[in-house]
Design a protein around this ligand. Structure first.
Ligand code: RFL
Ligand code: PHB
Length: 390
């Protein structure tokens, strides 16, 4: 098979890139290791920046998002048992975020791809990017026991943090920066009404807690847990009891509990690979960088990478110019590092670390008090949360 761009990975990065290229008339094929149902079963992000929503509008997949997504102009930070509202819209000249699950975004993009008639190959094994240091890259894969080859102009590595693409880059050509955090998040999804109309980020001496949602009838809650913790250690009742201990009094009293429909643990880490382009292989999204979820940035970064990359590829085919591709890595990384910084800062301020002593705890509280009390600090948090300009 021959295509212009072979995209590896059908997460939000790969699917959105495929849709953008389709609208620019650029042929592309998506190769995904898992089944479509498996991809849709992963419960992940929930908060979309305005720029993310705009790009989904641009490719014509925002109808359901506008119907069902929840527009949020603020978040709440809770500490010392008291909640404080961050007026994001008021601090950023009216910018907002939209609460709409990654699963739904993925679903909408898969539907659009089907309608566009572009090829996606699910359950493709042993996907291997080859010859991307030359003019004629190839990707091989195995489907139903038979090896196939796709010849292409470019390979887009949208295959997430455990993908094959960044591992295929010769050592020495790639530099990685990492930070592991000594805790994870235990998350549950339940068909219960959210405890409050806006997200609540809570710092508590027992650990961080987050109240989020997917719809007026579906909630998503997270608890900071240890790295060696396991989902089996937590019955639903234990989860709800622990969440109530960490929430402020009013939230704990109004929390509606119910059976969980999903429960998972994710370790928190930061990772950045530099550069994001190697000849004719370009990385995008989690394949190039991971941020801890505290800043709600991962999916949004995947979208901003794909925005830069799709424009660069359009320029290559329409104007016969490689300038956008040459700049892709540095443009994307400039925005990535700001989100890495913001996510690290939110994580550091809100969580209990194993070495948090009374001094560190007081400094965290002073910082939170400053953030909610200072117009400058509130604005800084708000403009990062709603998303920095592209
Ligand atoms: P994905 O979604 O991981 O998709 C990569 C795809 O590539 C496939 N793949 C392969 N395919 C072929 N061959 C191979 N060798 C392959 N290896 C892998 C995989 O099966 C997969 O389908 O990466 P992508 O597209 O870059 O998207 C990134 C986002 O998924 C991620 O950044 C976010 O989910 C992070 N995140 C959040 N981001 C936000 O912007 N806002 C949030 O509120 C938010 N909350 C979260 C999050 C991530 C979380 N977890 C689970 C870490 C909350 C949590 C708990
Ligand atoms: C979510 O709803 O899953 C979510 C929301 C905000 C975050 C992280 C995750 O910061």
């Amino acid at each position: 098979m021959r295509t212009q761009v072979a995209i590896i990975g059908a997460g939000p990065a790969g699917l959105l890139l495929g849709q953008l290229l389709h609208t620019y008339g650029i042929d592309n094929v998506i190769l995904e290791r898992r089944s479509a149902d498996y991809v849709l079963s992963r419960i992940r992000a929930g908060v979309l920046e305005q720029g993310t929503v705009s790009l989904l509008e641009e490719v014509g997949v925002a109808t359901r998002l506008h119907r069902e997504g929840l527009v949020h102009g603020g978040i709440e930070l809770a500490f010392d048992g008291v909640r404080h509202r961050i007026d994001m819209a008021g601090s950023t000249g009216g910018k907002v975020v939209t609460v709409y699950g990654q699963t739904e975004v993925t679903h909408d993009l898969m539907d659009a791809r089907k309608a566009a008639g572009r090829i996606s190959i699910y359950e493709a094994d042993n996907v291997t990017p080859l010859d991307f240091d030359g003019e004629r890259p190839r990707v091989t894969y195995v489907k139903d026991g038979i090896t196939h080859e796709i010849v292409c102009d470019f390979i887009a590595g949208c295959d997430g943090s455990h993908g094959i693409c960044h591992q295929s880059v010769p050592e020495g050509a790639i530099r990685t920066y990492q930070r592991g955090y000594p805790f994870g998040w235990l998350g549950i999804l339940s068909n219960t009404p959210p405890v409050s109309p806006e997200l609540i980020y809570t710092k508590h001496e027992r650990g961080f807690a987050l109240c989020s949602m997917r719809s007026p009838t579906r909630s998503r809650y997270y608890l900071q847990c240890t790295l060696d913790d396991r989902v089996d250690n937590w019955s639903d009742q234990q989860f709800w009891d622990e969440l109530k201990r960490r929430l402020d009094r009013e939230a704990a009293d109004t929390l509606v509990t119910g059976p969980s429909i999903e429960k998972s643990i994710a370790p928190l880490r930061s990772f950045v690979a530099e550069p994001m382009r190697f000849g004719r292989l370009m990385l995008a999204g989690d394949a190039a960088h991971i941020v801890p979820p505290t800043g709600a940035k991962g999916l949004n970064l995947a979208v901003s990478d794909v925005r830069y990359l799709s424009h660069a590829l359009r320029e290559y085919y329409a104007d016969k110019s490689s300038a956008g591709l040459d700049d892709y890595s540095s443009r994307a990384l400039a925005r990535v590092w700001k989100a890495v910084r913001f996510s690290w800062w939110m994580t550091s301020m809100m969580h209990r670390f194993p070495d948090t002593d009374p001094f560190t705890d007081r400094v965290q509280l002073a910082e939170l008090s400053y953030v909610v009390g200072s117009k400058a600090a509130t604005t800084s948090l708000a403009e990062n949360y709603v998303g920095l300009p592209f």
